[in-house]
Design a protein around this ligand. Structure first.
Ligand code: B12
Ligand code: SF4
Ligand code: SF4
Length: 326
């Protein structure tokens, strides 16, 4: 009588799911158990208690479920960690035109909003897993309560650098992360082993000193936080150090040696022609009359997150900085 060993089934099912994810357009996929990422969790709790999250109150809500998904889903066995490359090269001199001063947009936001694109892919992956008798509780991308980088690292997708980004061997840190949590007992991959070594380029290049020690980011000083998540004014001590970033910031990724050989994304929706691209005229931001017009102009793009108030606050800060430089 032919006997199929459970280990073969587990391996082949894991490989089958990985192939489906790659066919859906994800660029890398790894698997880890649903056990807590305890070391990262400890760091995360300390980070919160020291106030580094600023006003991001959602991170404080039941923080333990971010590193221990079984607290929400006791039957969970595996976390499928996914990455999608969003890199595209920078056109030359995008900030300056004959028309006027432009502010820079972080690369992740040049095209359409990644949440929408990735959620569709996650829904298809979840359906495929359900067809294979797996229960899936959640498909996460960004706003779900999970420490995405820590699970991605343990699933072997890449290592966490001193700038706190997850760095993959193929695409550097220019990847979005997403996860599916399932009750299927899948074959876990080995954790990633890369490291930064003696490099500290990101720490030295950060214009606001936000990476206050390696692997620890003070969000309150980070231009990405100050221009996107922050609801109040940008404190005066940072406005002269914004280096013309209107929405987000890429400096600690641009200087990273692991990002030197990045490859262009295969996802058409991330193309700069599908969104605002790498820079936006400040005058255009000032000319937007109201929320309706703002929503129409930036429809489907990540810039909606800053709201009209936030984007025009950023544009004013850049204009003031440019004027005081003259
Ligand atoms: C809050 C948040 C922010 C905040 C805070 C960022 C931060 N570093 O904490 C702000 C607004 C500043 C931000 C900025 C950006 N973000 Co953001 N953000 C998030 C979010 C929603 C939560 C992150 C979080 O929990 N932070 C708390 C810290 C403590 O946790 P952590 O960053 O995961 O760090 C862990 C490791 O550092 C780990 N660790 C590992 N090794 C070691 C070693 C030592 C010694 C120590 C102490 C710790 C440690 O411990 C930590 C806890 O697990 C995630 C999505 C998610 N649900 O995870 C996206 C996410 C991290 N962001 C993302 C992106 C793309 C960005 C930006 C690049 C956008 C931009 N260009 O402007 C910047 C990058 C800035 C930077 N250098 O981190 C991607 C990152 C992809 C990647 N390759 O890493 C994510 C995963 C969203 C996604 N689904 O793709 N972000
Ligand atoms: S995103 Fe910009 S401000 Fe934030 S840590 Fe990186 S270099 Fe510093
Ligand atoms: S710039 Fe250097 S220190 Fe910073 S994440 Fe990249 S390799 Fe690590």
């Amino acid at each position: 009588m032919k006997v199929t060993t459970p280990i073969t089934t587990k391996e082949s099912l894991s490989q089958e799911i990985k192939n489906i994810a790659l066919d859906l357009g994800f660029d890398a996929v790894g698997i880890t158990s649903a056990e807590p990422v305890s070391d990262a969790g400890e760091h995360f709790l300390k980070w919160l208690s020291e106030g580094f999250a600023g006003e991001m109150a959602y991170l404080q809500k039941s923080p333990e479920i971010r590193f221990d998904p079984k607290q929400r889903f006791p039957e969970a066995r595996s976390v499928i960690a996914l990455a999608l490359n969003y890199y595209q090269p920078m056109p030359e001199n995008p900030e300056k035109t004959s028309k006027g001063l432009k502010g820079k947009i972080a690369r992740y936001a040049w095209g359409e909003d990644y949440h929408d694109i990735i959620e569709k892919k996650l829904a298809s992956l979840i359906m495929a897993i359900q067809e294979r008798k797996g229960t899936c509780w959640k498909g996460y991308v960004d706003h779900g309560p999970l420490l995405e980088r820590a699970f991605a690292e343990r699933a072997g997708l890449g290592f966490i650098g001193k700038n706190t980004n997850l760095i993959t061997p193929q695409f550097g840190s220019w990847v979005f992360l997403a996860e599916v949590i399932t009750d299927l007992d899948l074959k876990a991959d080995l954790p990633a082993t890369g490291q930064c070594g003696n490099c500290r380029r990101c720490i030295d290049a950060c214009p606001t000193g936000a990476i206050d020690t390696p692997y620890r980011l003070d969000a309150r000083r980070c231009l990405s936080y100050l221009t996107i998540e922050n609801k109040g004014e940008i404190p005066d001590n940072f406005t002269s150090n914004m280096e013309n970033w209107l929405f987000g910031c890429d400096i600690c990724q641009d200087v990273c040696p692991f990002n030197g050989s990045a490859v262009t994304t295969q996802e058409p929706a991330f193309s700069d022609t599908r969104g605002t691209g790498p820079a936006l005229e400040l005058n255009e931001v000032f000319s937007i009359k109201d929320t309706m017009e703002f929503k129409k102009r930036f429809s489907k793009t990540p810039l909606l997150r800053a709201k009209q108030k936030g984007l025009s606050r950023n544009a004013k800060a850049l204009l003031n900085a440019a004027e005081s430089d003259q």
